[in-house]
Ligand binder design. Structure first.
Ligand SMILES: Cc1ncc(COP(=O)(O)O)c(C=O)c1O
Length: 399
C-alpha cells in the first residue's frame, strides 16, 4: 500500500468530538471511542498539499467558488457512477443535514408528512421534528439470514397517504450498511412517482462501498426520477473532511435551486471557507488512489470484526455491511435490556459505541461500531465488546 492507514494519530489534542466528548455522551472519558462517524486516519496527502498551499497564501478572506470546484464534483460523479449532473443544477451547501433541514423548513408544507427508513441516521428524524412536520417510519426488515431489506408493502401503503409528500433516502444506508441495488431503487422510484412523493437522496456514503457491490445514484435512474429528486453528497465523509463543512445539493428544477440558494444567502452562509474550497476539489481530482486503498483497508477491518464475533461472541449477530465504515451489532439474543447492554459496554468493556435507540425505536439492543481507525484499535475494541458480553453472561449465570 502507498498510504499508511496503520498510523496512530493522537486526536486528544485535536479538539476531536469523537475523542473529547465522551464524558458528555457516555458519562466517562476513559473509553475507546468507536462512535461518531469520522475516521482516525489523516486525510489524503494530495488534499493536505493543496491546503498547505492555501495556508502559505496567508490570507483567509471571503472566497468564491470557481467553476472548477463544481466541475470536480461533476466529473467524479460521472466517472465513478455514470451520474450526469448539469452544471446549472448543482449548488454548494455547508452540509447534507443543513440542506435537508432547509428543504423541510422551506419546501415542505406544514401538513406534509415525511418518510424515513428506520433505523437510520438520527438527524433525519431530528430535522423532521425541528421543522414541525409529521414523521412517518418505513421500518427496515430482515430476511431469514438477517439481511436488511425494504418492506415495500409498508412503503407503498404509507406513500398512498396524500399528505405523504417527501421521502428521505439514505443510500448507502447508515447504520445497516446496505448499498441499495438498482432494482430496489427502481421500486422506490416507481412508488414515489405513482403517488407524487418527492425524494431527498442522501448519498454522502456513496464512495465507501465494498467489493461486489455497486452504488447507484437515485437521480441517475431516469429523467423522470431525476425530476422528483434532490440529491445531496460531499467529499467530507469519504476523505475525512467533515469539520470543513461543505457539501453539494443537486436540484432538478431551477426555481427550487434559486429558492434554496436564497435561503442560504439570507443566513449569509453561502460562502465556504478557503480550506474546504481547495480540499474538496483536490479530493475529487486527486484522491481516487487514496480512496481505493482506504476502502480495501476498511474492508479488512470489517472482516476482522466479523470473524472475531463469529468465533468468540456467537450470541452477537452482525450482517456484513456492503458499504460505509459502520458495523451494526445485534445483541438481541442476549435477552437483556438495551440499558443493561449499554451499561456493560461502557463500564465493563470501556468502549464507546452508538446506542441503537438513537436510530429509532427499532434500534433497541443494537449498537453501532465505527471501524474507521487503525486495525489494532479495531482489535482492541472488539475484545472490549467481548469482555462486556462475557460479564453480562456471567451475571446471567449467577441469577
Ligand atoms: C447519512 C448521513 N448523512 C449526513 C451526515 C452528515 O453530513 P453533514 O456533516 O454534511 O451534515 C452523516 C454523518 O454521519 C450521515 O451518516
Amino acid at each position: 500500500m502507498k498510504y499508511n492507514f496503520d498510523k496512530t494519530v493522537n486526536r486528544i489534542n485535536n479538539n476531536s468530538a469523537k475523542w473529547n466528548e465522551m464524558e458528555k455522551n457516555f458519562g466517562k472519558d476513559d473509553l475507546l471511542p468507536m462512535w461518531i462517524a469520522d475516521m482516525d486516519f489523516e486525510t489524503a496527502p494530495e488534499i493536505l498539499e493543496e491546503m498547505k498551499n492555501k495556508l502559505d497564501q496567508k490570507i483567509f478572506g471571503y472566497v468564491s467558488r470557481p467553476d472548477s470546484y463544481y466541475q470536480s464534483a461533476i466529473d467524479w460523479s460521472k466517472k465513478r457512477y455514470n451520474y450526469d449532473i448539469e452544471p446549472a443544477s448543482i449548488v454548494h451547501s455547508p452540509g447534507v443535514i443543513p440542506t435537508i433541514s432547509i428543504l423541510l423548513k422551506n419546501f415542505a408544507k406544514d401538513t406534509d408528512k415525511i418518510m424515513i427508513q428506520t433505523p437510520v441516521y438520527p438527524p433525519f428524524a431530528g430535522t423532521v421534528k425541528n421543522s414541525n412536520k409529521t414523521l412517518v417510519e418505513n421500518k427496515l426488515i430482515q430476511d431469514d439470514n438477517g439481511n436488511w431489506k425494504i418492506d415495500f408493502k409498508d412503503f407503498e401503503d404509507k406513500a398512498k397517504d396524500e399528505n405523504l409528500k417527501w421521502f428521505i433516502l439514505c443510500n448507502p444506508h447508515n447504520p445497516v450498511g446496505r448499498v441499495w441495488k438498482k432494482e430496489e431503487l427502481k421500486k422506490i422510484a416507481d412508488i414515489c412517482l405513482k403517488y407524487d412523493v418527492r425524494v431527498i437522496s442522501d448519498e454522502i456514503w456513496r464512495d465507501l462501498v465494498y467489493k461486489g457491490h455497486e452504488f447507484t445514484a437515485f437521480a441517475s435512474l431516469s429523467k423522470e426520477v431525476e425530476n422528483i429528486t434532490i440529491t445531496c453528497f460531499s467529499a467530507t465523509k469519504t476523505f475525512n473532511l467533515a469539520g470543513l463543512q461543505a457539501s453539494f445539493a443537486v436540484f432538478p428544477r431551477k426555481d427550487e435551486l434559486d429558492l434554496f440558494d436564497s435561503k442560504l444567502g439570507a443566513l449569509d452562509i453561502k460562502r465556504n471557507n478557503p480550506f474546504s474550497l481547495v480540499a474538496m476539489e483536490a479530493a475529487f481530482n486527486k484522491g481516487e488512489e487514496w480512496l481505493n486503498e482506504l476502502v480495501e483497508y476498511l474492508e479488512g477491518n470489517v472482516n476482522f470484526v466479523i470473524d472475531y464475533v463469529e468465533k468468540n461472541i456467537p450470541k452477537v449477530k452482525i450482517v456484513k455491511p456492503e458499504g460505509t465504515y459502520l458495523v451494526w451489532f445485534d445483541f438481541r439474543e442476549l435477552n437483556l435490556s438495551n440499558e443493561e447492554i449499554s451499561k456493560a459496554l461502557i463500564k465493563e468493556g470501556k468502549v464507546a459505541l452508538n446506542n441503537g435507540t438513537s436510530f429509532g425505536d427499532v434500534g433497541s439492543e443494537f449498537f453501532r461500531m465505527n471501524i474507521a481507525c487503525p486495525r489494532y484499535m479495531v482489535q482492541d475494541a472488539i475484545k472490549r465488546v467481548d469482555k462486556a458480553v462475557k460479564a453480562l453472561e456471567k451475571d446471567l449465570a449467577l441469577i
